[in-house]
Design a protein around this ligand. Sequence first.
Ligand SMILES: Cc1cc2nc3c(=O)[nH]c(=O)nc-3n(C[C@H](O)[C@H](O)[C@H](O)COP(=O)(O)OP(=O)(O)OC[C@H]3O[C@@H](n4cnc5c(N)ncnc54)[C@H](O)[C@@H]3O)c2cc1C
Length: 557
Amino acid sequence: MTDGTGSHYEVIVIGAGVAGIYQIKRLTDLGVNAAVLDAAADLGGTWYWNRYPGARFDSESYTYGYSFSEELLNEWHWKERFSGQPENLRYLNYVADKFDLRKFMQFNCKVEAAHFDEADNVWRLTLDDGRRMTCHFIILAVGLLSTPTLPRLEGMDSFKGRSFHTYYWPHQPVELAGRKVAVIGTGATAIQIIAEIADKVGELTVFQRRPNWSAPLNNGPISDLEMADIRARYGDIFAACARTPSGFEHEPDRRGFYDVTREQRLALWDRLYDEPGFGIWLSNFREIFMDEAANAEFSEYIANRIRQRVKNPAVAEKLIPRDHGFGVQRVPLETRYLEAYNRSNVHLVDISETPIEKITEAGLRTTARDYDFDIIVYATGFDAITGSFDRIDIRGVGGETLFDKWREGPSTFLGMLVHGFPNLLMPTGPQSGSASTNFPRGIETGVNWCTDLLQHMWKRGYIRAEATPEAEQSWTAHVTKMYAIMLMRKAKSWFTGYNSNVAGHEHGKVRYFVYNGGAPKYVAKINDAAANGYDGIVLTPDSRSSSRTPLRTTAQV
Ligand SMILES: Cc1cc2nc3c(=O)[nH]c(=O)nc-3n(C[C@H](O)[C@H](O)[C@H](O)COP(=O)(O)OP(=O)(O)OC[C@H]3O[C@@H](n4cnc5c(N)ncnc54)[C@H](O)[C@@H]3O)c2cc1C
């Protein structure tokens, strides 16, 4: 069934990040003829690309790692509660080598197009170097934060110094000592990098359009003794992650916001502010996410923390968000970010007041003045959730493109299938249970479900799986409805599809990107669909079943 010009696989997985690595493990354990393709020169996805100073987890390291292998859990020693990029990349390489997965991976393979051939039930792929491949099933593990976006500014090519998006931070060390550095953006990445380089550069100027809420990470090392304790508790830790809406250990406070006194609320917030990780966001009262007044009271609490930590009152006020409340978008966690602004070499420029007009040869020009820089860092984020899907020319039944279908926002069945695009699976797609949670927990869920569906098909001789239009409409309506009660729907954030640097995404029209029902409900729903014979999916028998096998070897699927 090859097209005579390239290689044929039963399954091609696109993306060699956390999702792609686990997906190829599951498939090759079954003996399936499968390959992973990645545009990068090596594996790791997010942790291969983002090498900027300060890049690290805001998930507890030991809740981020894979849970599928006890041996792996017993072998790997996380050195920090929130581990940094170099260690995270080492971990993913360790996993790939331990399970001998690298041989199934092909790098420098950017997939430009994937067209479904209805006659043969195969996907025909074209890579950016012209190579062609075919497969029966395509699994998009392309990442939800993997298409970086640059600002749309005049003159960006004219700058004579060094400039890079944080996603493309160079692999070789960048000399920062004594340099005049600009950071454009104050989102999650900027908050990490600014705090990390403030005391390493000559001068640091931060260009902020809209401030973001943040809270302390409270990171620390994990000793041998603590790691032994974590190992002994892994079962409980992952059980707790499976129980919570967010896939973290942090459980919401189930007391009613208005059922406790203001003093009790303050006591909770004081405790959470000093604790490691997302507790301040996820162990808070649930009303924070849905009730304007509750959210405003808590936001004011965090605003006061900013006022206490930033010495210059005018700067502190500029760092307090006014257009959204705390926690209605994913909260960046920081290590002495706010204190960076107490340094005499760090300057904050509010570009909502004096916008950047252009990048110049020497630096940049705002409406107020010219600035000279040696390095410009674009910490301007991603075309989130659908960006990497939109960048591939994916054509399904009748030549319809996925880009066109999703022009106004994604519609999916369970976040994993799309009507009109048979045999295309997304273990961590838009509207799945991944983005609003601790990603790897959602990734393992999605990969396991997709693999089970494939096994079901192979065992019963099905060749084609396609979500029905009704199932897709009903799932998308369900996802949409859940936004209605969340304050998040009002935020200009990547949870709602806002990005001023992406055509069509600049105006704040809400795109229903994430599943807000929480991990346990999501898992129950996808398990129900499977238990009901993959209700919502049309499975078509293979009339030519004797002529094909999904296997590399004689293993049984
Ligand atoms: C700086 C940063 C910090 C983060 N921290 C956390 C955290 O603490 N906790 C958490 O839960 N999540 C975090 N995330 C989210 C993170 O993306 C996920 O945790 C996880 O790494 C996603 O894995 P993935 O395999 O789904 O996607 P990715 O890791 O994004 O991998 C996708 C891969 O697909 C490849 N690809 C895309 N398109 C193509 C194509 N057309 N052809 C070939 N290859 C392609 C890319 O090159 C990439 O390697 C963070 C994200 C960033 C950017």
